[in-house]
Design a protein around this ligand. Sequence first.
Ligand code: ZN
Length: 472
Amino acid sequence: MSIFAFRSLVASVMLGAVAPPLAAQRADNPVAVPDVTMGLIRDPALAATIAEISAARIRETDSALVSFGTRHTMSDTVSNTRGIGAARRYLFAKLDGYSKACGGCLRVEYAPALLEMRGHPDHPMVNVVNVLAWLRGRDTSRVLVMGGHYDSCVCGRTDLGPLARFEATQDAPGADDDGSGTSAVVELARVFSKRFPRGLATSVIFVAYSGEEEGLYGSTHLAQRLHAAGYKVVSAFTDDIVGNVVADDGTVDSTSVRIFGADPDNGPSRELARYAWAIGTIYNPGFRILPVFRLDRISRGGDHSPYVSLGDPGLRFTERLENYKRQHLPTDDFAHVNFGYVANVTRLNASVVGSLANAPAPPVALARRDQASGGQKWMVSWREIPGAARYEVLFRRTTAPTYEKIYQAGAATSFLLPDQLDDGWAAVRAIGPNGDRSLTSAVPPPCPVLTTRADSVAAGDLIRNCIRAAGR
Ligand SMILES: [Zn+2]
């Protein structure tokens, strides 16, 4: 047990609060493994759903996608055997079949947008078409987005010159980038529609994006559409490049995956990364999650980022070892995708999507220095969350990657935090009647959370020591 864990236990016992599970000690590993599960719990119904995910079905979808030769955003849309038009009709038909099997529980749609390709010298207008399957939730104003991009490219072919990005006729199999992620999303739509035909607490949108390779066109369009229509985006995930296990130097890793959660450290994407790290560890401890605390890989982008820019929690799932000699090339082929591995990433997706879609909304909490304790304690308060039975307050040191203490606040909407908030981060989460825990929201929150008039009014006499995000 680390000294901090011991102190945390003592502090929790003294205050009558519940401490998180202590650091685990493995016989084969003398170094204490920090507990990252944040007190989240396993739901048997969700575990049964996860168990239905099939590597063979994911493989079948990816095989069909690759068979269309190219899925470039500007490729043929008329043929039924080649090009992006054939690919999206295949995806639509497949999702529509799942909907028919669940009594129409999925609303499957083509979401087209005529967009200008800004990077192309001729600035052509291109019909960028996402394929969506909505699983309606009990609260239809809140949506969770689970996506992958079905377009492909051979933008890495140097022999094609500077316009390689827009080459739409040559073979671009995109089996890993991002046939793997798209096939995972299709499998999630199948399993969730079968298991939860009446939906979860929030709506879930399973989406195959287009226009990713030319500049995140499809995801940008959907993120803006959801915001313009007044939806609250609970979280936006992208599975992008989730099937390679062998790097070009021969290194192999089929047992871990990376998740990318953007700055700031108290922002919604980082809280989402902690949540995914915890939930994945609970449901599939043998599949290791490597959280990366940044928006994406260096100089790379993905379909979670348009949501992150709008202030939504967003997260990217990507294989541990990328093969840069295949990406965006004709060699990104079917033979080099490991579908057992893709299935494990899909199971991780399912655990995070299912847990969050069943949970209440996270509270927005603020903190005020407590006078009675001479400023050593802090009063944390938040507004009541619909559907929440109780609340928990968490705490971590600023240097700790995830939360280290959990305090029970009961049904109250305030809590006297015994820790010095100057030296750490606190967070509050709502708990539904069945124990489903919301995302945490950090205290103090990042500034954008307080931008609405309602939030400013609620702040009242509370200090508004929000942390301004760099570059905003
Ligand atoms: Zn990609």
